[in-house]
Write a protein that binds this ligand. Sequence first.
Ligand code: HEC
Ligand code: HEC
Ligand code: HEC
Length: 461
Amino acid sequence: MRLLLAATVASTFTAIITILYPAHASEADASLVKYGEYLAIAADCSGCHNSATKGLMAGGLALHSPMGDIFAPNITPDKKTGIGSWSEKQFADALRRGISPTRGSLYPAMPYTAYNGLIDKDIHALYSYFMLGVPAIENASKETHLPFPFFRIALPVWNYFYNRPYKIKVRKSFPQLERGRYLVDHLAHCSTCHTPRNFMLAERQDAYLGGGKVWPWTAPNITPSEQGIGEWTTKDIRLFLTEGHNQYAVAGGDMGLTVQQSLSHLTDDDIYSIALYLKSIPAYTNSPDLDKDPPKKASLSQPVTELQFNTEQQLDDQSLDGSRLYQAACSSCHGVYGEGSQDGEHPSLWTNDTIRMKQPDNLINIISYGVHYRGLDQEHAMPGFVAKLNSAQIASLTNYVRNEFSGQSSQVTAEYVKKLSLYENNDYFIIKYVKIIIILAIMCLASLITSVLFWIRRKGG
Ligand code: HEC
Ligand code: HEC
Ligand code: HEC
């Protein structure tokens, strides 16, 4: 009886669906929406647009920039607070040109400088997914208010000069390499983090993927050079992008989230295309602060510290002794000698890219905030110590780890650690001097106008 009832309900439901959506259309829609969802994952839309409390694409995340916080809006199909009443053309303009019908010019924190190369077919699939596959959620997102002179009205000028697709020369091209390029440059927008920026905060095409900033993190050089990932095989790259770690590196900070939300869900073919493409791009070698010391050979006879080890040792509130701090905070997982754990869960510190890099920022961030991400294989977590250690202790721990495990002579100070945590370690020309330049320009203009008026008066008189 129950079975009969269930069958009747099911067939009635199918009949209603068939009347509402003709078979062809609904099948086509469903596969288009599914394809759109895959693209949205590859483009990591949810990485910025998800709301922790309201749900999928409901907006709210604050993106830190040196100018101030920029908030990601609600992009669910809600008609009042989302993009439910947008046409496909308006959606395409937001993605490729950074123009919104409600906000006007968008800040390039929305990566339209990468999405500008998305093909029409993919825009159509994304639009279908957002309109039909994402539930509408009412949530008015916070408005962004950046200080003078970073107002929206200045953006069309910036876009005119800087919203241009890349022209990177690769060795002889073929379809899989082209697919890799499309993913890296446009959908997965790797360059928005990994390419350094010029004095106007635009990506420098001459330093393509040569190492950029994602405050307070540094996204390393990922070109095939010594400063970058020249020694990695395509297999190493694939492992890193899907599982978040390999023998050289761990995906900390925003890279961990990129692996968790986006890259670990891509098809094997797409990941292989990305790896192949990264091996084919020009090697960038011109950023001395990203130089890496060669890996040091781990040696268990290394005299790490003269202290006797005690894994129970508690963090001492006052201690500024790096080796003591290491034994108390790190050795239980990474080993007394930094050798890592047998099962590979806790990496060896002797070969780690982050420790070998000349610039200490990522190591300071790892010690402060830890590591948290889920890769294809499992969850990875290391606790952060920012609440337990003060800036001076983090500085001396950083120096100890770098001196001990990579042989660098490290001189990080407490001030440097503090500045990094406040996103104050940038020296971008436009941010430092723009106000002075504008005031000077206004003074010049005012004196020019005064002299012209004076001249006209004198001629007239
Ligand atoms: C790195 C973070 C980031 C990613 C990834 C991202 N966005 Fe955005 N997006 C933003 C921010 C920030 C804004 C708001 C910019 C502003 O206020 O000027 C925005 C604005 C928008 C807008 C304009 C909304 C409005 O109401 O004006 C749309 C539409 C949009 N994003 C769609 C997408 C889609 C679709 C994707 C994936 C293909 C995506 N975004 C990926 C950060 C991001
Ligand atoms: C939101 C910013 C962001 C995006 C997008 C991003 N990355 Fe990263 N990436 C980082 C950061 C930050 C690190 C440093 C992580 C660490 O050291 O813990 C990193 C590290 C890496 C590394 C390790 C390099 C090394 O020498 O240790 C590789 C390889 C890499 N990313 C590749 C990519 C590729 C390929 C893409 C695009 C498919 C990409 N990333 C997109 C921020 C980003
Ligand atoms: C509870 C265990 C645990 C403790 C304690 C711990 N770590 Fe980790 N650490 C991890 C795990 C897990 C990872 C990530 C492993 C992975 O994803 O493969 C990691 C990763 C790292 C990395 C690589 C990050 C990167 O981006 O390349 C460094 C460097 C590191 N830890 C240093 C330290 C230092 C220094 C301390 C002491 C302040 C410390 N760890 C304390 C578990 C721990």
